[in-house]
Ligand binder design. Structure first.
Ligand SMILES: [Zn+2]
Length: 226
């Protein structure tokens, strides 16, 4: 950011990404007020539409990092709901952020999911393991891929550090679309011996009910992901 742009930020009020009001990056009027809900694949704070979709796109694609706090707050709602469904976690909870392709992270100025996990963790009494899950080979950004292509793109692409005694994992991501990413992350964590309590995302799309994704979701259910 140039000095001029930084100075401009200081004097210009932050505008709501959805309605343009000066009441915050995503104002109270645009922030979803519904409780987190359980989609097939993960707990979600909101459907992926309206103000939340606008905010996630601005955060990821247009560099609106000032939205990290409010989007992290939404993720915290989902994590809390996922933990509530496991009333007696068998260990200390670790948020496992789903890894982005390095090239994508570079384009977006860092790991945008990890940043949200770090915002969400304190409100959930959890810690964050940003490097526990990694990509072991090149993958394409899943945006624009069909459900089948996503499964092929991600199958066997992740690895996890070995589980540590006394810790349990909750997978976190920004959006669940087909469930392919969460399924692969869950597979990698389970292979490394991690107990996985569930998954939590900011928003869930209606595409998670795509017929092809049901195959993946069925496998995820067999692993106890949903
Ligand atoms: Zn607003």
């Amino acid at each position: 950011m140039s000095l001029l742009a930084a100075l401009a930020d200081l004097v210009q009020p932050v505008r709501c990404v959805a309605c343009g009001s000066t009441s915050g990056a995503l104002c109270a009027g645009c922030l979803p007020q519904l409780p987190a809900f359980r989609s097939r694949d993960a707990w979600a704070a909101a459907p992926y539409d309206g103000a939340v979709r606008t905010a996630l796109l601005a955060y990821k694609e247009r560099g609106r990092r000032d939205l990290a706090a409010v989007l992290g707050g939404l993720l915290a709602r989902s994590v809390t709901a996922a933990l509530g469904a496991n009333r007696d976690p068998p260990g200390r909870v670790v948020l496992m952020s789903v890894p982005s392709a390095r090239s994508v992270a570079a384009t977006r100025g860092g790991d945008h999911v990890l940043r949200l996990a770090r915002r969400a963790a304190p409100a959930c009494g959890a810690r964050v393991a940003g490097d526990a899950l990694t990509l072991t080979r090149a993958v394409h950004d899943s945006a624009g891929l069909t459900a089948e292509q996503r499964v092929r793109n991600l199958g066997g692409a992740m690895a996890a550090r070995p589980a540590r005694p006394g810790l349990v994992a909750v997978l976190v991501d920004d959006i669940v679309t087909t469930g392919a990413t969460l399924h692969e992350a869950h597979r990698a964590l389970a292979a490394a011996g991690w107990p996985v309590l569930g998954a939590a995302v900011v928003a869930a799309t209606a595409r998670r009910l795509h017929p092809v994704s049901r195959v993946c979701i069925g496998s995820a259910q067999a692993h106890g992901l949903t």
